[in-house]
Ligand binder design. Structure first.
Ligand SMILES: [Zn+2]
Length: 56
């Protein structure tokens, strides 16, 4: 789902590609430290809302 190119924010050099949640990668060309974070995480768990606690 998260197959994307990871590019340097400074010079635009392609650093890597693939999936990531959070990544810190240093550009070998301009030595900029790029801190990347995926924004849309699948944090919803279907079926987890049907959890009722009985209290007798
Ligand atoms: Zn760079």
């Amino acid at each position: 789902m998260f197959n994307t190119d990871i590019r340097c924010g400074q010079c635009g050099r392609k650093l890597a590609s693939g999936r990531y949640i959070e990544l810190t990668i240093k550009c070998p060309r301009c030595r900029t430290l790029n801190h990347l974070k995926a924004e849309s995480l699948p944090s919803e768990r279907p079926g987890a809302s049907d959890n009722k606690t009985k209290h007798d």
